[in-house]
Each structure stands twice: as C-alpha cells, then as structure tokens.
Design a protein around this ligand. Structure first.
Ligand code: SF4
Length: 146
C-alpha cells in the first residue's frame, strides 16, 4: 500500500481551497493499493486556511499564528490512519507520494518560513514522521522511477 497526499488526487483540501491534482499520481493510484490522507484536514484545520510555513522547528501562519501543535497532531493522525488501513488490508506500506514543499507533506525541500517562495532543505511534519519510520517518499515533482 502507498500513502498519497489527498490533494494530489484531486481532493480540495489545499490551503487555498483547491487541489493539487496531478495526472501521473492519479494514474498510479488507479493501478496500486493506496491510502489518501491530508494531515492538515486531520488536524481539524479548516479549508480554506491561511498559508503556513515551517520556521525554526515551528509551523507558523502568514499572520504569525503558531500552529505547530496542530500540524504535528495532524501528521501523527495521518500516519495512524495509514498504519490502521495497512493493517486492515494486511498489506505493508511500500512508500509514499507526497506534495512537494508543503509544511506537512514536503520531503527534502520546504519553504523557508518567509512566505517569499524561497526553498530550503527540510521536511514537512508528516514527511518527517514517515522518514523516521523508514518509509520511502517521493514527491509529485519526481517520478516513481527515480
Ligand atoms: S497537508 Fe498535504 S495532503 Fe493536505 S493539502 Fe497540504 S499538501 Fe495536500
């Protein structure tokens, strides 16, 4: 089973209210066992919501609200949802396809907390949990063959 950021499959859970629908990810999902999750929705955050970025180990909204606890709780919930689903299906988690640069789902590269589209090295809260559990992640900006 693969974990996929729900917004990549067309769910309108993106902070702006839309999705990040991506054709190759949708095709992959049609051909594989997948579990779609949105950590920020699972955190109980509304959609649309303020854009947030990670900075100095915290997650802060554009107007300066510290949402670190909510983001970390949502990431943990998303991990548990995926683990529970894998257990029910009696499958192991083979990897994850996550939305690049998100403060939750971004893997390897994230925005730097200045809301200026500046990218730095780092992981979103959800990607960090998956990394800590040894789950291989690629983002929508890569290819499953990379
Ligand atoms: S938290 Fe992840 S799944 Fe949810 S909208 Fe953001 S990038 Fe997409």
């Amino acid at each position: 089973m693969y974990i996929i950021s729900a917004c990549l499959l067309g769910t309108n859970c993106k902070y702006s209210g839309g999705s990040n629908e991506t054709e190759w990810v949708k095709k992959f999902a049609e051909e594989h066992s997948i579990c779609a999750v949105c950590p920020e929705t699972l955190a109980g955050l509304p959609t649309p919501r303020e854009p947030c970025e990670r900075k100095d180990g915290k997650v802060v909204s554009e107007t300066g609200i510290d949402l670190t606890e909510e983001f970390e709780a949502g990431a943990e919930s998303a991990y548990q949802v995926a683990m529970d689903e894998a257990e029910v299906r009696e499958e192991k988690i083979e990897g994850a396809i996550l939305k690049a640069k998100s403060p939750s789902c971004g893997a390897g590269k994230i925005y730097d907390g200045t809301f200026s589209h500046t990218v730095i090295s780092g992981d979103g809260c959800f990607a960090k949990i998956l990394n800590d559990h040894g789950i291989r992640i690629i983002t929508d900006e890569e290819s499953i063959d990379d």
